[in-house]
Design a protein. Sequence first.
Length: 606
Amino acid sequence: MPNTTEWPPSLTDSARSRHRRAVGIFTILSLLFALVTTGPGRSTADEGLLDVIVVETNPVSDLAEAIVTSAGGVITSHLDLIGGFSATVPSGSLAELEASASVQSITPDGSVTLTEAGWGNAVADLGSLNPKDFGGSLFRITEITKVRDFWAKGFTGAGVDVALIDSGVTPVPGLNDPSKVLNGPDLSFESQSAEFRNLDTYGHGTHMAGIIAGRDLIAANYNDIVADHFVGVAPDARIVNVKVGNHDGTVDVSQVIAGIDWVVQHKNDNGMNIRVLNLSFGTDSTQSHLLDPLSHAVEQAWKAGIVVVVAAGNDGNANPLRNPATNPYVIAVGSAEGMKADSASMDLVSDFSNCGANGRSVDLVTRGRSVLSLRTPGSAADNENPQARVEGRLFLGSGTSQSAAVVSGLAALMIDQHPGLSPDQVKSMLTTGNLAVKNSTKQCQGAGGAILQLKERIPSSSQTHAPSTGLGTLEGARGSDHLQSNGVTLAGEKDIFGKPWNANAWSSAATLGTSWSGGTWNGTSWSGTNWSGTSWSGTSWSGLGWSGTSWSGLSWSGTSWSNKTWTGTSWSGTSWSGTSWSGTSWSGTSWSSAGWGPPDTGLRWD
């Protein structure tokens, strides 16, 4: 059994004894495929056969495939990326296939096959696709959720700040407008390096920020440019970046709770207007939401007027929601797919999406399979998953993380239209009038697939759940996910600095809004005490060295990451090397993403 009596462990011999036991924050899919062009198709001279690519109007119907097989053709590959398949067909059957209402287009002069090659080999193919042909593009997501109706009326999220507690945000194109991101405190271990403070060395937070509020610097109507440029759900909302996760996702529940408390107590600092909190995070805690401190923290945010959007989790349909989505006040979001703009319903709830249990199910679902958002070049996710890269700047990610980010953007648009909305009213409106998901239970889809509706009259709404106390244990909130350093596991009632956790004292302070005192939380200085300096995002919450703490002996300096720096708006370096950070690792899959890149064989992601 690991030693859990001292945390943080003694660092005297850290250079010799530090080792890594990281499972990683994401479930990386074991077999990933990419589309690559393999050469010209056969002509009719080759025994009267043609190699064709068929894009279907309704891929789940199988009608087009039936026409091919009944004519003596052969389906060679299913191409879920474009909602179709490749096939070898008799030339005489081509007219019937083209005439079918189930066929959107046929390309007879080339073939596309599934290989294990990286996305770098497929740039030309993907670049030739119209965004509407790809269900995970923001073009399609904003279409199916009726976001563009809000844009057309001038509601784009302007004046609404969305707090993102995640792995940081990097100013890649689409997020590099100086007014787009405001850096809150960096509560991650990387905060001790000024070179990496606030930046997304993993790649997850930037992906979420792009979905919520990314936009290219194009002065035009968003409805006009969305097909040709990157535009997130709420393109004029601002992201408040609260970094808690390292390049490998290293984080403890105490850091997340501290981040939530900071958001609540500083929501109107420095001209901010934090109205939405995105938390694409969750543990497998079985502690009652009435007692759990993480649950209590999000409930206090809700009661402070902040709409809290939480990912349901990616353990599969038979699993309960992850903590803190278990709290009945917040909006728990699951993943659905197969959304068609011309369809009356969605096809299915993603097989990885948690459904809930014990009377608490997801509240609603939206696209979570293979969502295209912004890539963080050189981040851990980028280096480990080159097959997820699309057209150089974009990245494919799947999970209820992505679904939650979509809903956070929807909430920002609603608040832009009606600034006086309470969190309860936002939740009520988001769970009314949605699309039903075929072949899915109420437990798995909640109110169905999210659809925005412009409304002038706002219904009253007030949730009346039993209040939480937060008097449970910090260890219970962690579930099975723990940090480990020097062979010592962080467990029990202590935070990342080894400070004792007093549930009564913290719960009272969080409820009163006093758990942060300047830069101090739970008796330790975690960050600076004010807004100071300038950065790419403007004024930032000042950083603080953790000198004097038992963490000070760790190798936090940027020298461990030599030649890997961020300068202006481009990377001066090719990759992040995580070897020097091996002393702290995250065991579990608490960041709610199911994986990067195309899913393995048999999973739909049209």
